[in-house]
Design a protein around this ligand. Structure first.
Ligand SMILES: Cc1ncc(COP(=O)(O)O)c(C=O)c1O
Length: 400
């Protein structure tokens, strides 16, 4: 018997990160003083000059019509220029496809590259969307586990051990969601050379490129391994750099044949990204980086605060991340212990308990393929951050 919902779509799990965020927002709307560490978005408004460009675009009848699927020509040009400026990767405007957020870029890249049964190597902890997007495209995600002992960085040896005759692609993301880990340049290069040597494709997600702290440096893989450029798709977007998550503008950059195939796919799925959003993105990527410099300073301050505060919380082991705006501590020492009359045995249960008893929202490691951990976003106000960790401290200190 055929089911009402297809196997392909019926098998997709709900986005756990969006679900936690929605639950926390609903509780908050109902008047509960919830502190949300769940959201994967900056807490700042979009800078004024970007909003002003969008306002003007609304009134221009040119933007009331369909536009080319691949993106407004001036935006594709600006993204190519911005990429050369920020990462040093030189590409033509025809290698850029403007998408409805980084998420659509990921899906279209996987769909354009993977045939049924093709394997995609996915270092874990991984961002929750990757495996679903790979499966939707017909591919098979193959997890490569890492943990806090290596700073959540995968090695060539681990990747090589997971490689088979069906491996087509590696997913590489640095800075990482959910761990905040940043690969040092020499490790990026080693992994890139290994991929090139074995004829693998690399999908490199650069959406957190500007959010690196301290001594850490962002490195773009096709720049340090130029021979990979013909088998590399770069995913990026304005969401995290310019506090523009709601505008839904991302892009992919790749070899011309892959980009042309992805444009065809998008032409039937969604057509052009909303023109007003594209004009806002144009103002963002053509402007300077002062807005992100300000946000980065605030995130860096909060990063150091949250690592320090969590370091004192009993049962929590929190490595200091070098990028993005997440910490990914282990809570394994708290599992199986009694807490307020309950005995949580999984990080998912512990997160539920924290939401109910302390009104603090976190995303459990189950969402990222690694139970026993929790992800906290520190993209929230300094006072809320201190209050939220304080509540966790009080609650977890009761575990026995
Ligand atoms: C690693 C990573 N890639 C891509 C995205 C997609 O962002 P958007 O679709 O909002 O552009 C996100 C958002 O959370 C992310 O964390």
């Amino acid at each position: 018997m055929t089911g009402r919902v297809s196997h392909r779509v019926g098998g997709i799990a709900e986005s756990a990160t969006l679900a936690v965020d929605a639950r926390a927002k609903a509780l908050k709307a109902a008047g509960r003083p919830v502190i949300g560490f769940g959201a994967g978005e900056p807490d700042f408004p979009t800078p004024d000059y970007i909003v002003a460009a969008a306002e003007a675009a609304c009134r221009d009848p040119r933007h009331h019509r369909y536009s080319p699927t691949g993106g407004l020509p001036e935006l594709r040009e600006a993204i190519a220029a911005k990429t050369a400026r920020d990462s040093g990767f030189a590409v033509g405007a025809d290698q850029v496809l403007v998408t409805n957020g980084g998420k659509q870029a990921l899906y279209e890249a996987f769909a354009a590259l993977l045939d049924p049964g093709d394997e995609a190597l996915l270092p874990a902890p991984y961002w929750t969307t990757y495996p679903e997007s790979i499966r939707l495209a017909g591919g098979v995600p193959v997890e490569v586990p890492t943990d806090e002992s290596s700073g959540y960085l995968a090695t060539v040896e681990q990747l090589e051990a997971a490689r088979t005759a069906r491996t087509k692609l590696l997913v590489f993301v640095s800075p990482s969601n959910p761990t905040g880990a940043v690969y040092p340049p020499d490790q990026v290069e080693r992994i890139g050379r290994w991929a090139a040597q074995h004829g693998l494709w690399v999908l490199t997600d650069e959406i957190y490129e500007h959010l690196v702290y301290g001594e850490a440096r962002f490195t773009s893989m096709p720049v340090v391994v130029p021979e990979l450029a013909d088998r590399c798709v770069v995913v990026n977007g304005v969401a995290k750099t310019y506090a523009m998550t709601g505008w839904r503008v991302g892009w992919l950059i790749g070899p011309r044949d892959v980009v042309a195939a992805a444009v065809n796919l998008q032409s039937h799925a969604t057509s052009n990204v909303a023109n007003v959003s594209q004009v806002a993105a144009l103002a963002a990527v053509s402007g300077d980086l002062s807005a992100v410099a300000e946000m980065r300073a605030a995130f860096d301050r909060r990063r150091r605060t949250i690592v320090r505060l969590l370091g004192d919380v009993p049962g929590v082991v929190c490595p200091e991340p070098d990028g993005a705006f997440y910490v990914y501590p282990s809570v394994k020492d708290l599992l199986g212990r009694e807490l307020r009359g309950r005995r949580p045995t999984t990080s998912a249960q512990l997160c539920e308990l924290a939401l109910e008893e302390a009104e603090v929202a976190m995303v459990p490691g189950e969402a990222f393929g690694t139970p026993g951990y929790v992800r906290l976003s520190y993209a929230l106000g300094d006072d809320d951050l201190a209050e939220g960790v304080g509540r966790l401290h009080k609650l977890f200190a009761e575990a026995h």
